[in-house]
Write a protein that binds this ligand. Structure first.
Ligand SMILES: Cc1ncc(COP(=O)(O)O)c(C=O)c1O
Length: 387
């Protein structure tokens, strides 16, 4: 079965994990610091805190930025549930802004309209979470300008875009956003099994993220109310166990060395799909703004099912029978029953995202996808849409 995404693990990854398994520290040891340093170097961040998964990274970001009930936080409806859920975890109010029809990332013009609307009714937006959807960075320059103009916090849920370039810069994420979150789930660019990180240039944010990652505990002599001895710790706020293990971090460091080559391979696969599909009237290949070098976490193809007399569900089943498991990214979050029931969102609220959802299929794309398997995907897809 060919799936839409998959990890790429070689002997050097396996050796790195085994080395930690044979050592003294399965967790809380030196390989965690090494991975964090590697992340700082690659992404140009002053601080990186590795955590148990990308959802935990978002949760800690929301708590650290101090989102409270009555705070409105805006994000894109075209994302994984976790991006919006972190707003709910913090007790704040989620709202959405529709996507740009080329990049499928949050539309900055509509963000500003929404911020102004809330101001006009006496409410304040606290933060924006942009998602670098599929590996295409948001218009971060515009989002930063809005954030500065209206004193908003800016978060980059950067899970899809590791290794992407924005304005020629691979280290763009922490330059524009106050907080950047990663996930290292196996379908992502690099994996630690489960895992994630929070990156920032702000020492106060990093310190709080680190404290909340481990139960809110501190041993920092500057923060202790008293000090009974070297074992002594205090808790001043409630935190979690969102730690990641040492062997996962060893895998992360090993994977990070290959990130550039992974992104190159993904780009080669995307190029071949683009060439194969660009002449079909009923197919729309993903477009890229000129400011961006895409990282292709996903290859979102849009198919005009209305013109094909074939439903998306039938198409999925046909492809599955041919040994190809596709995915859809994403069901717009505002259409989820939870969000409709609790926040009164409804179908029609974000038409660009909804139209995209109706057409989108995510085709297999990962570094180890063989040429033959990609040919099989292309042949089957073009066969089913021509049948
Ligand atoms: C955009 C986005 N945000 C957050 C997450 C959550 O990451 P994790 O699965 O590591 O908790 C994901 C992962 O699927 C994601 O794609």
């Amino acid at each position: 079965m060919i799936s839409y995404g998959k990890q790429s693990i070689d002997q050097s990854d396996i050796d790195a994990v085994i080395e930690v398994l044979q050592g003294d520290w399965l967790t809380q040891g030196p390989s965690v610091n090494t991975f964090e340093n590697d992340l700082q170097n690659y992404f140009g961040a002053k601080y990186a805190c590795a955590v148990s998964n990308g959802t935990a990274a978002l949760h800690l970001a929301a708590l650290t930025l101090g989102w409270q009930p009555n705070d409105i936080v805006i994000t894109s409806p075209l994302t994984f549930l976790a991006t919006a859920n972190c707003i709910v975890y913090a007790g704040a109010t989620p709202d959405f802004v529709d996507i740009d029809s080329i990049s499928y990332t949050i539309d900055p013009n509509k963000v500003e309209e929404k911020v102004k609307y809330y101001r006009s009714i006496g409410k304040n937006v606290k933060a924006i979470i942009g998602i670098d959807f599929a590996g295409h960075p948001c218009d971060w320059k515009a989002l930063r300008e809005i954030a500065d103009k209206y004193s908003l916090q800016l978060v980059n849920d950067n899970c899809h875009a590791l290794g992407a370039l924005y304005l020629g810069d691979k280290q763009y994420a922490v330059k524009y956003a106050d907080v950047v979150t990663h996930s290292y789930h196996p379908v992502k660019h690099i994996t630690t099994g489960e895992g994630g990180a929070v990156l920032t240039n702000d020492p106060v944010i990093d310190e709080k993220i680190r404290r909340l990652r481990t139960h809110g505990m501190t041993k920092d002599p500057n923060q202790l109310e008293k000090n009974d001895g070297s074992w002594y710790y205090e808790m001043h706020e409630v935190g979690y166990n969102y730690r990641i293990t040492g062997f996962q971090c060893a895998l992360g460091s090993s994977q990070l060395k290959k990130l550039d080559s992974f992104v190159q391979k993904r780009n080669a696969i995307a190029k071949k799909y683009n060439e194969s599909f660009s002449n079909y009237d009923n197919l729309k290949i993903p477009k890229t703004h000129s400011s961006v070098d895409h990282a292709y976490h996903l290859y979102p193809l849009q198919i005009d099912f209305d013109k094909l007399f074939l439903t998306k569900s039938e198409f999925f089943e046909n492809m599955k029978e041919s040994g190809i498991t596709l995915q859809v990214h994403y069901i717009p979050v505002h259409l989820q029953p939870y969000y409709q029931r609790n926040y009164n969102f409804k179908s029609g609220d974000y038409p660009v995202a909804e139209d995209f959802y109706a057409r989108e299929v995510s085709l297999p794309i990962y570094p180890d996808l063989s040429n033959d398997d990609q040919e099989k995907v292309i042949e089957n897809l073009t066969h089913h849409i021509n049948a």
